[in-house]
Design a protein around this ligand. Structure first.
Ligand code: FAD
Length: 493
């Protein structure tokens, strides 16, 4: 029972983070309300994970039908050049999927008795919020709760000098609607969002030019995996790229009349080095936390340099002197700890565990991540470089093991004519501890879970050694990976 408050728990924002926290809280017997200013499901369901995966699946069907190598191998009689598709049907698939998932989330909340409050919320006291239309808080109401979770998510980040018109220069919010297909599109940023869109666009016949500020495509990924990704996802597709440059100025155009102009500035020398003229430009330069109108200042909280809400490892919000603000938590993209959907809900669940008296922290090092290109790129834990750095710092560099295996020996991948790929494992030779696993290959986003689960539970390679995998499956790549570690070093396995 909530006693002096309307609710035990009040959650601001109904993205995947807020939704996951709400469901778990009800299961723990708490009385819960969730406030949402826009759409149930937030970014992930409406403008992120869900519609993007629909576009990736749909466009990959087109890519497969146009794959002359597959057709020849299988003797399929089809004129690749004559395969056509309806752009609107593909766009509708994404919109319909988002609507279906949104409906599912809403029903799950309602059926479990979570109160859904409609409106933008604002903190007005230690246990109080008011909510209503933006700028008209009077339209909604107020609510009180013992504990409050901020789960307000993020919005696309657009660097200065880039003018977004939502037609020829746009972010993922707009690209997901697939209103038209440019012949040539520049994608600023080669992180996972940019890469996924390049997979969609090239499958549907567009040419792509990446503009990347870092010296390499796919910064942040394991270098060796990024190198293979470059061969599998970029070469052999109509994609070129400029690295070590920033798009310092982007001016919208008019489709079919005036091109989009992109000024490229050298990242190091800061000199203008080139100019591109393209049909469209997708700005995929990351996401910025969204905390507008929350009134955090009234709680003595200031966001960090990049706008994230400061939290400790229990997701408790910290005030500007670094002290915990009692009963106030922040999860998901708004705290910037790990900007992925499943990390947001994992954090939400751990907060609910904590307020239910069972302390629980998310082990972010065991949270998997994936880029859903074809093939998928997935990882958990440290890259080889990061593992080496850690080992050297801690004085056990000689005990760092790196095992590798390739998909070309995997029967399932061969049967599906998708046998390009590799997996690598970083581990401790003396203890068999798993430090990180990185994969590029068929269904690797599903396959990574054996290792993320193991890391989450503190299992070693020795524990995994006798796992039995169904044959033939892509999961046998994992078995192979462990076998390679064993060949290299029997003590670990
Ligand atoms: P959000 O989902 O952003 O939800 C926040 C909610 O809070 C919103 O609904 C917002 O309206 C509401 N809100 C904000 N302020 C207030 C307020 N004051 N009062 C009331 N309501 C408020 N992640 C993955 O794990 N896998 C993927 O495949 C993946 N693909 C992606 C593809 C794209 C194109 C994009 C853009 C993102 C993708 N992500 C993916 C990232 C994922 O969408 C986010 O990490 C996730 O949505 C974060 O969840 P959240 O609950 O923190 O916030």
């Amino acid at each position: 029972g909530s006693g002096e408050y309307d609710y035990d728990l009040l959650i601001i924002g109904c993205g995947v983070g807020g939704h996951g926290a709400a469901l778990h809280a009800v299961e723990c017997g708490l009385k819960v309300a969730i406030v949402e200013g826009h759409d149930i499901g937030g970014t992930c369901v409406n403008r992120g994970c869900v519609p993007s995966k629909a576009l990736l699946a749909a466009s990959n069907e087109v890519r497969k039908l146009r794959n002359e190598h597959h057709q020849k191998t299988l003797g399929i009689q089809l004129d690749a050049a004559s395969v056509s598709f309806d752009r609107q049907a593909i766009a509708d698939h994404a919109i319909n999927l988002a609507n279906t998932v949104q409906g599912n989330l809403q029903r799950s909340l309602e059926s479990l008795g979570v109160t859904i409050l409609k409106g933008q919320a604002k903190l007005t006291g230690a246990h109080t919020i008011s909510y209503g239309l933006p700028g008209r808080v009077d339209v909604g109401g107020t609510a009180t709760a013992r504990d409050i979770i901020i789960a307000t998510g993020s919005v696309p980040f657009v660097p200065g000098g880039i003018e977004v018109d939502g037609k020829t220069v746009f972010t993922s919010d707009h690209a997901l609607k697939m209103e038209w297909l440019p012949n040539w599109i520049a994608i600023i940023g080669s992180g996972y969002i940019g890469l996924e869109f390049s997979d969609v666009y090239t499958a549907l016949g567009s040419e792509v030019t990446f503009v990347e500020a870092m010296p390499n495509i796919m910064p942040g990924f394991d270098k060796e995996i990024a190198k293979l990704a470059q061969r599998l996802l970029i070469q052999g597709r109509p994609i070129d790229y400029h690295t070590n440059v920033i798009a310092s100025k982007v001016t919208p155009g008019v489709p079919g009349v005036k091109p989009v102009r992109i000024e490229l500035t050298d990242f190091t020398t800061k000199e203008v080095v080139d100019e591109l003229e393209v049909d469209a430009c997708l700005v995929a330069t990351g996401r910025a936390p969204y905390t507008n109108g929350l009134n955090l200042g009234s709680m003595g909280v200031s966001t960090d340099r990049r706008g994230f809400v400061p939290v400790n490892d229990k997701m408790e919000v910290l005030d500007s002197s670094g002290k915990v603000v009692p009963h106030l938590y922040c999860i998901g993209d708004a705290n910037g700890k790990y900007m992925l959907a499943h990390a947001a809900s994992a954090q939400g669940i751990s907060v609910v565990e904590c307020i239910s008296g069972r302390e629980r922290k998310v082990n972010h090092l065991a949270v998997p991540a994936a880029c859903f290109t074809h093939p998928e790129v997935s990882f958990v834990g440290l890259t080889e470089d990061a593992a080496r750095e850690k080992a050297e710092k801690e004085g056990w560099a000689a005990k760092l093991g790196v095992a590798k295996t390739y998909y070309k020996a995997n029967s399932k991948s061969l049967a599906e004519l998708e046998s390009d790929g590799m997996a690598k494992l970083m581990y401790r030779k003396d203890t068999g501890e798993i430090l990180g696993v990185h994969m590029i290959g068929l269904h690797s986003a599903d396959n990574i879970h054996e290792f993320s689960n193991a890391m989450n539970m503190g299992l070693t390679l020795r524990d995994l050694k006798f796992n039995v995998h169904a044959h033939p499956t892509v999961a046998e790549v994992n078995e192979e990976l462990i076998r390679h570690a064993q060949l290299e070093n029997t003590a670990a396995v």
